[in-house]
Design a binder for this molecule. Structure first.
Ligand code: UD1
Ligand code: CA
Length: 463
């Protein structure tokens, strides 16, 4: 947008969060809450941007490594007015409109901000000195109240802590989202004082300053208070997360994903899911996960940073982390895929199977109670129940290779590094320590003996 600068306020400590983490890094649907206003900032393509950071500045910077974000350090957090004054130092040559967003108002949408800017700018050269978004709340506690005169014109904002008992009953509140004409902002910002309950420079004091100068102030009352909800404590954090998840789930459902119980399905912002996929309650789908079409994700499944091919099924209570799964694969129930796996088409991983840094070829099966780590497994391999790749010698990790069509009998240990050749058989209960050539049988069991009557004799001894 032309002649637009955006300032995002994110320097505050967030005392009410009672946390060692800066408030704006607390997560809402898998992203630090600051992610959301920054995303709007980027989408608006403003000519100039300034993100004010202070408390935990290094952590905040580290969480947003994009070069496009211009951080400004507010060393001491003396209030929102002081924060904007600090940001203006980096915008001193700017002329136009300055939009101010709060780092702790993550539910505001780009549509609302764009509509707000449009309204503000409608007057052209005679547009207001400042516009702000307000909302009516049943429980306005904690917010700045909008004081209006007999003609319903906005006169000033009074902070919760500075309210008279009468003002406390006002239920129209300040959202903390404003747009200022730069000429007004540059001159008025210097005039804010700190004679108030918190001894801070309050940005909303600019409203009374504009009114005193006879300048026009426009208040846009937003119909949906949810969007402008500020997060100051963990109760509000949880409430905001509910709203964000609902938005995410509804947009996925509109795109053709079935979510059986959207209120109990936890999908992070940015996760992609194809049409006709069904997600059961209690699923957590996180990070940069991409899920194909017609996938089934059963109850209690946790998927993190993974790619799941079409028509694959992840059955109840399975965990899939940093793995790539092909088409028509079947995982679980109760399987654990630790990071670094590639599971090819139609492969099956069953219950109580742990797999790590392993490639499992097309149509291969590890159906029960196994540990497969640092392995490369070919196509159509059958791995019996209780198979263990002994990949760690206490110092180093070693690779197990199992070639196409091999059969691993139940309860075998494959002591890596070791290769089982194409089509080879490992007899049940074998400990393999040497490479097995293709089509061979390896078996390390001792010869089975049957001693007739042995048990009867033993019982007789007892008497
Ligand atoms: C602020 C408004 C209040 C409004 C509410 C809406 C003020 C004085 N009050 O109150 O009218 O109803 O937002 O959510 O502005 N920040 C800095 N530097 C500072 C202080 C704050 O960057 O020195 C940042 C915070 O990180 C936060 C934002 O500014 O992202 C708002 O600060 P906060 O302390 O949460 O203000 P509220 O008390 O919520
Ligand atoms: Ca706040």
């Amino acid at each position: 947008m032309k002649n637009l600068a955006v300032i995002v306020l994110a320097a505050g400590k967030g005392t009410r969060m009672k946390s060692t983490r800066p408030k704006v890094l607390h997560e809402v649907a898998g992203k630090p809450m600051l992610f959301y206003p920054l995303a709007i900032m980027e989408e608006l393509k403003a000519g100039r941007v300034a993100v004010v950071i202070g408390h935990g500045a290094d952590d905040v910077k580290a969480a947003f490594p994009s070069k496009k974000i211009g951080f400004v350090l507010q060393k001491e957090q003396l209030g929102t007015g002081h924060a904007v004054a600090t940001a203006l130092k980096s915008l001193s040559d700017f002329s136009g409109d300055v939009l101010v967003l709060s780092g702790d108002v993550p539910l505001i949408t780009k549509e609302t901000v764009s509509a707000f800017l449009k309204l503000h700018r409608a007057g052209g050269r005679s547009r207001p000195a400042l516009s702000l978004i307000t909302m009516a709340l049943d429980a306005p506690k904690g917010y700045g109240r909008v004081v209006r005169d007999e003609d319903r014109a906005v006169v000033r904002i009074v902070e919760d802590k500075d309210c008279t008992p009468g003002e406390r009953h006002i239920n129209e509140v300040n959202s903390g989202i404003y747009v200022f004409r730069s000429d007004f902002l540059f001159s008025a910002i210097k005039k804010i004082g700190r004679n108030n309950a918190q001894g801070e420079y309050y940005l909303p004091d600019l409203i009374a300053l504009a009114v005193a100068k006879g300048l026009n102030v426009k208040a846009l009352t937003h119909a949906d208070p949810e969007e402008v909800m500020g997060i100051n404590n963990r109760v509000e954090l949880a409430r905001a997360a509910v709203v964000m998840r609902r938005r995410i789930n509804e947009s996925l459902m509109m795109e053709g994903v079935t979510i059986i119980d959207p209120e109990h399905t936890y999908i992070d912002h940015g996760v992609k899911i194809g049409a006709d996929t069904v997600v059961y309650p209690g699923a957590h789908i996180k990070g940069a996960t991409v899920i194909g079409e017609s996938v089934v994700i059963e109850e209690g499944v946790r998927i993190v940073d993974s790619k799941i091919g079409p028509s694959t099924a992840i059955k109840s209570y399975s965990i899939v982390e940093e793995s790539v799964l092909g088409n028509k694969a079947q995982i679980g129930p109760l399987a654990r895929l630790r990071p670094g796996n590639v599971i090819e088409d139609q492969a099956r991983i069953g219950n109580f199977v742990e797999v790590k840094k392993t490639r499992i070829g097309k149509g291969s099966k590890v159906n029960h109670l196994s540990y497969i780590g640092d392995a490369v497994i070919g196509e159509s391999v059958n791995i019996g129940a209780g198979t263990i790749t002994c990949n760690y010698d206490g110092v180093h990790k070693h690779r197990t290779t199992i070639e196409d069509n091999a059969f691993i009998g139940s309860d075998s240990q494959l002591v890596a590094p070791v290769t089982i050749g194409k089509g080879a058989y490992v007899g049940s209960g074998t400990t393999v320590t040497k490479d097995v050539p293709p089509d061979a049988l390896v078996i390390t069991r001792t010869k089975e003996r049957v001693i007739e009557g042995w048990a009867r004799k033993k019982r007789a001894e007892k008497k």
